[in-house]
Design a protein. Structure first.
Length: 455
């Protein structure tokens, strides 16, 4: 298209935008009039009950006399408190992600023999199909790794001999393959992105036998393949904390919605990847890092509470940062007093910051966590309980490990693939499975068709 044609097309698109705005306004009062539960949330902020699950649970409050009462947050995997799960494998110096994957998929903790066999099964399925990287990643590079991941997951359908077989053995096979292959896809997509968009040399590494998911990921994304045991164990912890978060989170629910239609595994999982990419969901950890870049540039004395407080106020008033009016990394739909994932990561982040000479930066994060509730009260008059969520500290942990920002959300997807696959299988095999189909209130008035010459 010539430049002149582009300008004509651009002008027409702008006119279409004006036409759209004139005919597509929805009065916000309609939502109250028709008792519409926006975001599938009840008036008190609780989620609309849409199903039952045995996979995960998120606890942040309890209801007493019809009122929400804040409580320390808990994240539960298959009935086991995630803190207890983490203490279990870390006390033995083991990696825990593979064990967590088995628990979430199967519903029980593996025996030593079962864990060993499952680890080998994942290792056997890590290799991508022949020419997959060349045809699906190298030939169509993307500046966004999440975009490439979603397309690659969909493309795996074409390499599957039985993509539409809904039997349990086939669904479990597909789940294991996705959990094993997605870290490799992410590593290759990132390498190709760096090569084509950042003008760097291209390094593609094959997964190594006998390494954990966390070890293989660090091996694959680094030019020299080098990593420390501390780094691998910390990344493993992050993967465990991100593996599941209940059936109501946006990406898991997207996966369940598509699965309820009877579609194939790859379509359902690709939808979940697309959901996670959004800055209101998995993309929030990148937004946290962008926000802190603004804070560090504009707050001259990080230890001055008044200066930090003033800048947080500017963020809320849409006068600074990305002008969204949000303080990223603070607040959660369910957690109130604390997000257990943030509590655990914060503990490890502080230890790592001490070894990396980054305690001043870590303390700035703590200041934002401490001051945000009072700034929300002074600027917006909101006195609700607000805690740091996992995104506040996960980005800093990745930064201290030397992991580029482009990989923050893809790493989330690597971990959450486990939860998505577990929810996919549960949705397909639950008794009385029905297609998920909520209602929308139509508010457009009836009118008659007008012939083209009379418009």
């Amino acid at each position: 298209m010539q430049n002149e044609d582009k300008e004509i097309a651009k002008g027409f698109i702008e006119s279409l935008c004006g036409e759209y705005r004139r005919h597509n306004y929805i009065d916000p009062a309609f939502y109250e009039t028709y008792n519409v539960k926006r975001g599938l949330r009840n008036a008190d902020g609780t989620g609309v009950m849409a199903g039952v699950t045995q996979i995960g649970n998120v606890l942040g409050y309890y209801v007493q006399d019809g009122e929400r009462v804040p409580m320390p947050g808990k994240l539960v995997y298959r009935g086991i408190d995630v803190e207890e799960l983490i203490d279990g494998f870390m006390s033995e110096g083991r990696f825990g992600f593979e064990e967590t994957a088995y628990l979430l998929l199967m519903g029980s903790l593996p025996t030593r023999g079962q864990l060993s066999a499952f680890q080998q099964l994942l290792s056997d399925h890590r290799s991508l199909p022949r020419m997959f990287t060349e045809d699906m990643i190298l030939k169509a590079p993307s500046p966004d790794v999440m975009n490439k991941l979603a397309r690659s997951v969909l493309a795996l359908y074409s390499y599957d001999d039985d993509p539409d077989d809904m039997s349990l053995p086939n669904q479990l096979r597909q789940a294991v393959q996705l959990i094993a292959r997605v870290p490799v896809i992410v590593a290759h997509a990132f390498a190709v992105k760096r090569h084509y968009y950042d003008n760097e040399s291209l390094y593609l590494h094959r997964p190594q036998e006998g390494l954990s998911v966390a070890e293989n990921f660090l091996y694959s994304v680094r030019h020299d393949n080098r990593y420390t045991d501390q780094e691998a164990k910390l990344l493993d912890l992050c993967l465990v904390l991100h593996a599941e978060h209940g059936g109501g989170n946006n990406s898991a629910f997207a996966c369940r919605v598509l699965s309820s239609s009877g579609t194939d595994t790859y379509s359902a999982i690709a939808a979940a990847v697309g959901s996670l990419k959004g800055p209101r969901h998995g993309g929030a950890n990148k937004k946290v890092m962008e926000m802190f870049s603004h804070i560090q540039e504009n707050v001259h004395d990080w230890k001055d509470d008044d200066e930090v407080r003033a800048y947080l106020g500017a963020l809320l008033r849409k006068e600074a940062g990305d002008r969204s009016g949000l303080i990223y990394g603070m607040g959660h739909a369910i957690y109130t007093l604390s997000d257990p994932r943030a509590v655990i990561l914060k503990r490890f982040a502080k230890k790592l910051a001490a070894t990396k000479g980054m305690l001043d930066e870590f303390e700035l994060y703590e200041s934002v966590e401490r001051l945000t509730p009072e700034v929300l009260l002074s600027v917006k008059g909101e006195d609700k309980v607000v805690c740091a969520n996992v995104d506040l500290f996960s980005g800093m942990v990745y930064k201290m490990m030397g992991i580029p920002q482009e990989l923050y959300t893809p790493l989330f997807a690597v971990a959450r693939m486990v939860g998505w696959c577990a929810h996919r299988i549960e949705e397909v095999y639950q008794p009385g499975n029905r297609i998920i189909r909520p209602a929308y209130k139509a508010v457009a008035p009836m009118r008659t068709f007008i012939p083209l010459d009379q418009r």
